[in-house]
Design a protein around this ligand. Structure first.
Ligand SMILES: [Zn+2]
Length: 143
């Protein structure tokens, strides 16, 4: 059976003109298995476990293609390498500045934020990224 994501993957590759190579597929599979917000290095290590010959540059390149065609999202926090997210639905993530733990913030509509910005600028808003950082409950408990 073809899953929804699988159909989405094929469709986005078809429309982009990029080829769904085995390396790009392997990188996508690694992201699916990781279930979090891995950095390039972390994705690389996971892909390498299954395919020891893979090069870091190949993983970099595959991630950038996947981001470009909208299958994954890149998150850029301060003091952290770029992290990748398979969830491309508009949502906010918060990162703990002490331990690096990342969590999704629920019940916050991203559209409201963009609408508010658009109401306050004569520019046409084409992209709005928000970096949210804090201290997670575990780190708070440790004082
Ligand atoms: Zn923490």
């Amino acid at each position: 059976m073809v899953s929804t994501l699988e159909r989405d993957v094929r469709e986005k590759f078809r429309r982009s003109g990029y080829t769904l190579t085995s390396q790009r597929r392997a990188v996508l599979e690694a992201l699916k298995d990781y279930k979090g917000h891995p950095s390039t290095e972390e994705v690389y290590l996971l892909v390498k476990k299954r395919n020891p010959k893979v090069a870091l540059g190949t993983v970099y390149q595959a991630l950038s293609v996947l981001e470009e065609i909208g299958l994954i999202e890149a998150k850029r926090w301060s003091e952290s390498p770029v992290r990748y997210d398979l969830n491309t639905e508009p949502h906010y993530d918060i990162r703990c500045t002490k331990c690096g733990e990342i969590a999704e913030i629920s019940n916050m509509k991203v559209g409201d934020f963009v609408t508010r910005i658009q109401e306050n600028t004569p520019y046409e808003v084409t992209n709005a990224a928000l970096v949210i950082e804090g201290i997670c409950p575990l780190c708070q408990a440790q004082g």
